[in-house]
Design a protein around this ligand. Structure first.
Ligand SMILES: NC(=O)c1ccc[n+]([C@@H]2O[C@H](COP(=O)([O-])OP(=O)(O)OC[C@H]3O[C@@H](n4cnc5c(N)ncnc54)[C@H](OP(=O)(O)O)[C@@H]3O)[C@@H](O)[C@H]2O)c1
Length: 232
């Protein structure tokens, strides 16, 4: 797994260097933590989700090397809720708790307990490297709709959390992040809304990875029980 630095070129060069050194040192197999190319899956419509696209480009580099490889493409981390991500409920001035985005509440998110469950996907590859050669496990417990996630957070916290659909402008204002990151999140959400995190086959791809995972995967309910959301 590589660190997404603000410069995508640096992340790509890091992967390339690691893969080249692995090859020079006679490594037999590379397992790379990849992500889908939103640029390609959207037919070129979205160009700013470099966080994803750069991993897909690095995956292509590894696939072109004379070494066996397999890939794990992880869904959105349940751990994100521990930091103040845009999915974390916020208290409005009137005292109500809301998740406010500019997209449909039916939007689907593949959620994964990254710390607890990544090894269950990677372990499947390690156990049967020949079977998984060239394959990608789209690692997530399942696809949750935004509405479902909000209802699970309400139950877990005992707070009435609601969804508020806001304008794009309002979303940008609330993000309080550098423009390059805001633009990236805007395009990522738009892609989730019109296609799906792993593309139009997201549901099938996640189901295949779940069937092959070694061990039971953490549900969002279980995750929040073990890592309570602190809404203050
Ligand atoms: N978050 C998601 O939903 C998600 C979904 C799919 C894939 N991913 C991928 O998963 C990886 C981790 O994402 P994240 O969201 O957990 O990122 P993150 O919160 O920014 O965490 C990155 C971690 O990597 C460490 N790190 C950064 N540069 C490093 C270096 N040069 N050497 C050693 N450690 C370094 C950081 O350490 P410090 O805290 O000390 O800086 C931090 O602990 C990324 O490759 C990301 O693209 C994330």
């Amino acid at each position: 797994m590589t660190a997404p630095l603000l410069s995508p070129d640096v992340e790509y060069d890091t992967v390339k260097t690691i893969a080249d050194v692995a090859l020079e040192n006679d490594a037999k197999y590379i397992i790379f933590s990849t992500l889908p190319s939103i640029h390609e899956l959207s037919g070129g419509k979205y160009t700013k989700v470099t966080l994803f696209d750069i991993k897909a480009k690095a995956e292509q580099y590894i696939r072109g090397l004379p070494i066996q490889s397999a890939f794990c493409s992880l869904g959105s981390f349940m751990e994100n809720f521990e930091s103040a991500s845009f999915l974390t409920p916020r208290k409005e001035e009137d005292g109500t708790w809301v998740v406010a985005l500019h997209v449909s509440p039916n939007i689907q998110w593949p959620l994964v307990n990254a710390v607890g469950d990544t090894g269950k996907f990677v372990g499947a590859i390690l156990a049967e490297p020949a079977r998984f050669e060239g394959k990608t496990l789209c690692g997530a417990t399942k696809l949750y709709s935004l509405g479902e996630m909000i209802s699970i957070m309400s139950k877990a916290t005992g707070k009435n959390i609601t969804y508020k659909r806001i304008s794009t402008e309002e979303f940008k204002k609330r993000m309080k992040l550098p423009d390059v990151l805001v633009d990236m999140f805007m395009e990522m959400l738009a892609f989730l809304d019109d296609t799906g995190y792993f593309g139009s086959d997201s549901e099938k791809l996640v189901a295949w990875a779940v069937n092959n995972a070694r061990g039971k995967l953490t549900t969002f309910e279980e995750y929040l029980e073990a890592h309570p959301l602190r809404l203050e």
